[in-house]
Structure formats: C-alpha cells, structure tokens
Design a binder for this molecule. Structure first.
Ligand SMILES: *Cc1c(COP(=O)(O)O)cnc(C)c1O
Length: 420
C-alpha cells in the first residue's frame, strides 16, 4: 500500500487512487534503472504533500508581492541555506520549476536571442536545453555543439577549445544526460575564461554524487550551476540554480520575474528536506555506493560481451551500444521492461540509427542503490539483462515471465520508501 496511506484520495477519487497504488506497486516490483530516477524518502513525500501548495509567494524572502509569508519565507530560506551548505556555493535559487526552465533562466540572464551558446550535442549525451535543434534554446539562439570522439567516447577538450575560439559563445554549457565519465570542470573553466564566456555546469544527473563527494564539484570553476533536485540528489521534482555572488542577481531576476510566477512552496519544502538528508554521513555512503554499483554492473556486463560507450563508467550511468548483441535499443528496452527491468533506449555517439529507434540503452544505479542493492547483486543483474537482451535478439519471449518472477522475489527483501 502507498505510504502515506491515501484514505481521502481513495474516498474522493477511487479511480485516481487506484492508478497511484498501481504505480507504487510497479515501482516496488521492478528493478528501476532509469538513470535520471530515484526513490525519495517518506519525509520528502510528506513535505511535498502539504498545505504549502495552497500559498502564493511571488518574489523572494523579504520581498514578496503577497501577504502571509510568515512561514513560507523561513521555509525557502532553509532550503537556500542548506543548498549553500551542501554544495559550498555563495548563492542558491530554489524556485525553478524544473531543470529545463532553470536552464532557460541562464539564457535569459546572460544571452540575447540570436547570440551564441555552446553545449554538448544531444546525440553525444547533451541535454535538449543545451541548444539542441528542436529546443527553444536551439531555435532562438545560435547554438554550436561539441561531441565526443569516436575512439574514446569522451569529450575532446582540444576540440571544445577550438570551437569556442572560433565561435566565441557567450555561454558554455558542460554536463549532460548520458555522460558516463567525470566532467572536467577545470578544463571547461579555462576555455570559458579564454573566450570570456559564462560557464554553466549542468549537474542535473550527478548532483547527488557531488553532494556526497563521489564526483568532483564544479564550485570554483563554473560561474553558474544548474541542477534538477530529483535525480541522484533524491529530492522532489524541481531544480536549483547556484552561483558565485557576481552572477546571483542576474539569475534571480531571470527566474522571477523573467520566466516564472509563484514558486511551488510544497516542492521547496521537499527540496529543503532532501538537502538535509544529502548533508548526512549516510548520504555520503549512498553516493559512493551508487558509483560502486555502477562500476560493478559495468564490469559484469562487459564480461558478458556488452559494448559500453567509453568502456565503462566513473559515475552512476552506463551507456550501452547493443549493435554487438544484434538487437536495437527499443526492442531490448521493451523486453527488459516486460521482464521487470526498467530502463530507456538511447542514442549512442555516432549512432547510425534514428533517435526514436536508436542502437543503445542507458541505465543508472541511483534508484537500486536507494533500494539497498549492493555490488554483490550486480553479477545477477547483469545475467538477467544478458538473458533478456539475448532472447529479444532471437524474438524469444519465453524468458520474460520467469525473469520478472525472480526479480520480484529478490526485491521483496528490499523495502521501498512510499510503499508498505
Ligand atoms: C534532466 C535534465 C534536465 C532537465 O530536467 P527536467 O526537470 O526534466 O526539465 C536538464 N539538464 C540535464 C543535464 C538533465 O539531465
């Protein structure tokens, strides 16, 4: 049953309550390997389900446009202070509705339409909002894109520097959604300084690893840091912008009144709770376990002949080219989902296939590590993945039900926050 229990919801809207219960059960029964997902704590769930959703508070603490902020101001200030403490930054804004609007605020703060932004291309692992063609950021700005080299699957910093010198971007984004390797913040900072660009580090995927000391921090290198709060950081869906004092007021103005109206105070409260959790010794252990699990899973999959982009991982994420397994990403991901293993199909660098039917899959260990799985389970997980992917290549459905049953049996021993 969902926790906290959905008594009033069940009475008012049994149809909706039933769907939420089913989703909670699904999250309980599956091995969730979507690299951008996690399980939030019951405390975070409670905070986001409070009466704070009733309150409007346009503006910032002490400078609001509506009355009645006696308790909202301290809640937002608590979230801001905790963000500053956890990440060691001079300034934090916890109001962006999600990662994409947070990134748009960076454009509004430091670019005019038509000016040049540089980011990693989507097919190489960048995010849509780093200037990809179909995004507003690619349509309204002059976006130039760097990628990874074919041989190494890693960013070539010489190529980034050459492109920056040729194109003179006003903003450079580093970070992305499918990067299995450590991001070299000092090298990006040197290039940004050389061309006079604002360096924006988008740490959406790795924020929890940075908070827990399992990935180097961009603080002191990037001028602006953007992050979602719901990936490895294990908070509610939301985002934050962080910076040094110099870039603070431009960012704040871009978020409000530039892009948004009232902040989502229930989300702000959930972020505050998640940041309190992220400051603990337990969270440090968690972050290091996430990386240890990813490395163990990478090793076990490589032993079974899986082709890992860049040959492995430094963080929570694995990107796998399934060409050597004679199956495309989408049919493999669908078969795995039926077998109780949830991940997403994904383009791989230099993918000859189309984005909607690409060659690869992406997976991450943030959620299963929250669940309590450890390195000792990774060889078994790799064996399940191998069995189902091999069967999918042969069009064989016979292993699917048996695998799902084995997985449900394993997971029964690992409680999930939000379900009892
Ligand atoms: C997830 C992600 C975003 C966007 O976050 P949303 O909350 O989905 O809008 C932005 N940048 C990166 C690098 C991401 O991984």
């Amino acid at each position: 049953m969902h926790q906290p229990a959905l008594h009033a919801l069940t009475a008012t809207d049994p149809e909706l309550a039933g769907l939420v219960e089913s989703e909670a059960r699904r999250q309980h029964d599956k091995i969730r390997l979507i690299a951008s997902e996690n399980y939030v704590s019951t405390a975070v769930l409670e905070a986001t389900g409070t009466v704070l959703t009733n309150k409007y508070s346009e503006g910032y603490a002490g400078k609001r446009y509506y009355e009645g902020q006696q308790f909202i101001d301290p809640i937002e200030l608590l979230a801001v202070q905790r963000a500053k403490d956890v990440f060691g930054v001079e300034h934090a804004n916890v109001q962006p509705y999600s990662g994409s609007p947070a990134n748009l605020a960076i454009y509004l703060a430091f670019l005019k339409p038509g000016e040049t932004v540089m980011g990693m291309g989507l097919p190489s692992g960048g995010h849509l909002t780093h200037g990809w063609t179909v995004s507003a950021t690619g349509k309204w700005f002059n976006a130039v894109r760097y990628g990874v080299t074919k041989e190494t699957g890693r960013v070539d910093m010489d190529e980034v520097r050459d492109l920056a010198l040729a194109e003179r971007p006003k903003v450079i984004f580093c970070g992305g959604t499918a990067i299995p390797r450590t991001i070299d913040f000092p090298a990006f900072a040197e290039i940004a300084r050389e061309v006079g660009a604002v360096l924006a580090a988008d740490i959406a995927h790795i924020a929890g690893l940075i908070a827990g000391g399992a990935h180097p921090s961009p603080v002191g290198h990037a001028n602006v840091i953007s992050t979602t709060t719901h990936k490895t950081l294990r908070g509610p869906r939301g985002a934050m912008l962080m910076s040094d004092a110099e870039h603070a007021s431009a960012l704040d103005k871009a978020v409000f009144p530039g892009l948004q109206g009232g902040p989502h105070n229930h989300t702000t409260a959930g972020i505050a709770v998640a940041l309190k959790e992220a400051g603990t010794e337990d969270f440090r252990t968690y972050a290091h376990n996430v990386v240890a699990n990813a490395k163990a899973l990478a090793e076990a999959l490589a032993e079974r002949g899986f082709d890992l982009v860049s040959g492995g991982t430094d963080n929570h994420l694995l990107l796998i080219d399934l060409t050597s397994k004679n199956v495309a990403g989408k049919p493999a991901a669908k078969a795995l989902d039926r077998a109780g293993i949830e991940l997403n199909y994904n383009t791989v660098p230099f993918d000859p296939r189309k984005p909607f039917d690409p060659s690869g899959i992406r997976l991450g260990t943030a959620a299963i590590t929250t669940r309590g799985l450890g390195v000792e389970q990774m060889p078994q997980l790799a064996a399940w993945i191998d069995r189902v992917v091999t069967a999918a290549a042969d069009g064989d459905e016979s292993v699917v039900d048996a695998t799902a049953a084995e997985i449900a049996e394993l997971l029964a021993g690992y409680p999930m926050p939000g379900w009892a």
